[in-house]
Design a protein around this ligand. Structure first.
Ligand code: PXL
Length: 280
């Protein structure tokens, strides 16, 4: 009997500048979770803070890989999606989920990656944002930042202040049907964290940890990866979000004194051991 949880991770692979699959894969492995990557694109670097990156679209490969996996009868405890390169990729994810649900429905975690700090990433068009909202409608859990929350709700970034994060997560829950973890919520100076709406309990929880003083690229991916790993290990939404917030805090604390360019992300590799499951 298989005991290791298995996650299909549908994200881009960016060779340099820790984000997406270069975070998802090591984090899930360190947590004792099997990660099956389904790359949406290969980029030489991510697009936040680098210019001139290469971009190879892997949509056709995605379709073929999904068919192959379905043909093999594979089941996944979770499907975790992130950065998408086109509307067609999001439509493919949706049909993959429909097919998987016929057999063993996975937990669906959608990080609706579209932008940050009030701005969309430059590869995202309004049509892609609508397709992301459609994909997110299929999720059991979404993990937006404030920029993405504003897009999903069709609201202004400024109309969703952190003090109202409790209302924001409720508004994003589609009437209580999906759980929401809003990241990057700061309720006082020097703090950062998340607001959670758990559809199992109907409760809102606010999590705050110390902010390391600098923002780094890819911390959203790090947070959502730990969250997904903890969820498939059986933790509640709130426990999983607390674990994720604490790991990101420790990684940022470890990275800040090194004075590395923020676009290179957090130096999480030396801390991966902290995520290992306890062995009985
Ligand atoms: O971390 C989000 C992300 C993922 N993938 C790519 C990106 C970004 C953000 O810039 O460019 C390719």
């Amino acid at each position: 009997m298989r005991t290791t949880p298995r996650v299909a991770a549908i994200h881009d692979l960016s060779g340099f500048g820790r984000c997406s699959l270069t975070i998802v894969m090591p984090v899930l492995s360190a947590m004792g979770v099997q990660c099956c990557p389904l790359p949406t694109a290969y980029l030489s670097t991510h697009t936040g803070g680098f210019t001139g990156n290469t971009f190879v679209d892997l949509t056709d490969q995605m379709a073929a890989a999904m068919d192959h996996w379905l043909g093999l009868g594979l089941t996944f405890e979770a499907v975790y999606t992130g950065f998408m390169g086109s509307c067609r990729q999001m439509a493919l994810c949706r049909s993959f989920l429909t097919a998987l649900r016929e057999k063993t429905p996975p937990l669906v975690v959608v990080d609706p990656v579209m932008g940050d700090h009030g701005r969309l990433y430059r590869t995202y068009t309004p049509e892609m944002c609508r397709a992301m909202a459609d994909l997110a409608a299929e999720a059991d859990v979404i993990v937006p930042n404030r920029t993405e929350a504003a897009r999903l709700l069709d609201r202004d970034y400024d109309s969703l202040p952190d003090e109202a994060a409790g209302e924001t997560v409720q508004a994003l829950s589609l009437g209580g049907r999906r759980s929401v973890v809003l990241t990057g919520v700061s309720l006082q100076p020097g703090k950062t964290g998340a607001a959670c709406f758990d559809r199992e309990t109907g409760q809102v929880a606010l999590i705050q940890t110390d902010f390391a003083g600098r923002a780094f690229h890819g911390t959203g991916d790090l947070f959502a990866s730990v969250l997904t790993g903890a969820l498939v290990r059986g933790e509640t939404l709130c426990q999983a979000a607390e674990r994720a917030a604490e790991f990101v805090r420790l990684c940022a604390l470890h990275t800040t004194p090194q004075d590395l360019p923020p676009r290179e992300g957090v130096d999480f590799e030396p801390l991966l051991g902290l995520l290992a499951p306890e062995r009985s």
